[in-house]
Design a binder for this molecule. Structure first.
Ligand SMILES: Nc1ncnc2c1ncn2[C@@H]1O[C@H](COP(=O)(O)OP(=O)(O)OP(=O)(O)O)[C@@H](O)[C@H]1O
Ligand SMILES: [Mg+2]
Length: 285
């Protein structure tokens, strides 16, 4: 268990994250927020890669990081030595993680299989595609079966099949680990996260189960004919989606007010997320 208490991190005068209080237990947490919200900074501060400017992080009962806990981390910018092969790269990370030599090859093979790159083991890192490098990044985070794994935008650059495979990897490790996944693509975490944390301007705007995040948008999600929006001069419609159905163009919009031509529909997690970050209905802090 990780307890984060009034955590703050600044870069010069810029407050990147502030007043973050949360507890991470076993399970999968989705960290959602727009560009610059502070996701990377929060992850790195919790992991101890940045020194906090306020508050504290406690691992387990005491300040026990490194003793009772092993952790894996996929940085947003994962880089590796281009001249090393895939296999050598993972062996190198396994060494850094102090995985005993006798288990190293087996562990490298296991993690390569998880990201379905066994066939590329002998290839040089420099010869891999961007998405494949990302998958090696995921594999190195999983080496040694860590009890805490943080993935910073793991699905960036992955094709749909590999996004699905990533979800399957997570489903497999979630029983024995605490997993934190950052993204701004709600659909990437929607199906796999038990808990959702919404970060906005360095603060937690909302936390809850998927259901609870959906509920934030209840009574605020409308479907309106597209021309109604074009003719409207009102400024408090927040467009979520445009689509065609039955030969007509429709818009899915968020509004805290009654829309004369609109039909209320069931909210989803993305609607709740947008309500938080766009401050609709007073949910945003
Ligand atoms: N090393 C740094 N030096 C100065 N400012 C920084 C540094 N790292 C982050 N920041 C600033 O802190 C804020 C939060 O950045 P952070 O990278 O944590 O956001 P993010 O949510 O991960 O964004 P993205 O979705 O683009 O990855 C931003 O305003 C950013 O400019
Ligand atoms: Mg980031």
């Amino acid at each position: 268990m990780i307890r984060v208490d009034h955590l703050e991190k600044r870069f010069g005068k810029k407050v990147a994250v502030q007043d973050i209080t949360l507890t991470l237990e076993r399970g999968v947490y989705g960290l959602l927020g727009p560009n610059g919200a502070g996701k990377t900074t929060l992850m790195r501060t919790i992991l101890g890669l940045y020194k906090p400017d306020g508050g504290q992080v406690r691992w387990g009962e005491a300040n026990a990081r490194g003793s009772d806990f092993s952790f894996g981390y996929l940085p947003q910018q994962f880089m590796a030595f281009e001249e090393l092969t895939v296999e050598e790269t993972l062996a190198y990370f396994a060494t850094l993680k102090k995985i005993p030599k006798s288990q190293r090859n087996e562990e490298v093979a296991r993690c390569l299989k998880l990201v379905r790159l066994t066939g590329e083991a002998k290839k040089k890192m420099g010869a891999l595609s961007g998405g494949m490098v990302r998958r090696i990044g995921i594999a190195q985070a999983l080496l040694g079966n860590p009890s805490v794994v943080f993935f910073d935008e793991p699905t960036a650059g992955l094709d749909p099949e590999e996004r699905m495979n990533f979800k399957m990897c997570i489903a497999e490790i979630k029983k024995q680990a605490t997993v934190l996944i950052s993204t701004h693509i709600v659909s990437d975490v929607e199906g796999i996260c038990d808990h959702i944390l919404i970060l906005h301007n360095g603060r937690l705007a909302a936390t809850g189960t998927r259901k609870e995040i959906e509920e934030i948008a209840r009574g605020k999600v409308w479907v309106v004919p597209a021309e109604a929006k074009r003719e409207s001069t009102e400024g408090h419609w927040h467009l979520i989606n445009v689509y065609e159905q039955d030969g007509q163009e429709w818009m899915r919009v968020l509004s805290g007010e009654q829309l004369a031509e609109g039909k209320l529909v069931q909210p989803n997690v993305e609607d709740g997320y947008f309500c938080c970050i766009r401050g609709i209905g007073g949910e945003s802090r």
